[in-house]
Write a protein that binds this ligand. Structure first.
Ligand SMILES: Nc1ncnc2c1ncn2[C@@H]1O[C@H](COP(=O)(O)OP(=O)(O)OP(=O)(O)O)[C@@H](O)[C@H]1O
Ligand SMILES: [Mg+2]
Length: 185
């Protein structure tokens, strides 16, 4: 008898679970804006830019506390978060839904993710380019004021069906509405 139930290839499994977190372009923007929203700043400011329904380019820039040099290599990995330290902590923050996998999932389903970030004590910002598994592939120094600027290119380039959905008029309208809600909240 031929077995009907088979395990999916590892990379398919990974991408399936990533596509659950980053379901649509508006969802990706939401995750990035939420991250920005949890970083502190007295006069909080956030800028969102989307091009071609977010499929070619989307970016979220905040003037928050930035990501330090030691934290940057960790931020895009799976199950990394600054919001909890242990299983016990999980009970406290579960209601906020922290999973520590939003950025990892976004990296997985896009062509390239670039993070430019500067903390208060630094003289310049650092720019990191990440690959699909969330590893830094290049880094450098650039001039930018305090905060974080995350740029996502070629969203869903490896998940064709999601790309098609994201390009529909309905999805675009939903994203515009979501962005308005997020930035005016
Ligand atoms: N705009 C930002 N400013 C400062 N730190 C950030 C920013 N975006 C991400 N980070 C850091 O990267 C970590 C990983 O972000 P990610 O969204 O993947 O996980 P999370 O927010 O902890 O949990 P969730 O998966 O529920 O969103 C965050 O915990 C935070 O430390
Ligand atoms: Mg997050």
């Amino acid at each position: 008898m031929v077995a009907e139930i088979r395990s999916l290839p590892q990379d398919t499994k990974r991408r399936l679970s990533s596509a659950q977190v980053a379901v649509t372009a508006d969802n990706v923007v939401k995750e990035l804006v939420e991250n920005s929203g949890t970083t502190s700043s007295t006069q909080f400011r956030i800028d969102v830019v989307v091009r071609n329904a977010g499929l070619d380019f989307l970016s979220v820039r905040d003037n928050g506390s930035g990501v330090s040099v030691v934290d940057a290599p960790e931020m895009m990995k799976q199950h990394t978060t600054s919001k909890l330290r242990s299983y016990e902590d999980l009970a406290h923050v579960q209601s906020y839904g922290f999973r520590g996998e939003a950025l990892h999932s976004i990296a997985d389903i896009s062509g390239a993710v670039t993070v430019t970030t500067r903390t208060r004590n630094e003289m310049a910002a650092r720019v990191y380019k990440f690959d699909r598994v969330g590893k830094i592939v290049s880094e450098g120094t650039i001039s930018m004021s305090e905060g974080t600027f995350i740029k996502v290119e070629k969203l869903f380039s490896n998940v064709a069906v999601r790309r098609e959905i994201a390009a529909t008029a309905k999805a675009v309208a939903k994203m515009e509405k979501r962005i308005r809600e997020l930035v005016t909240a």
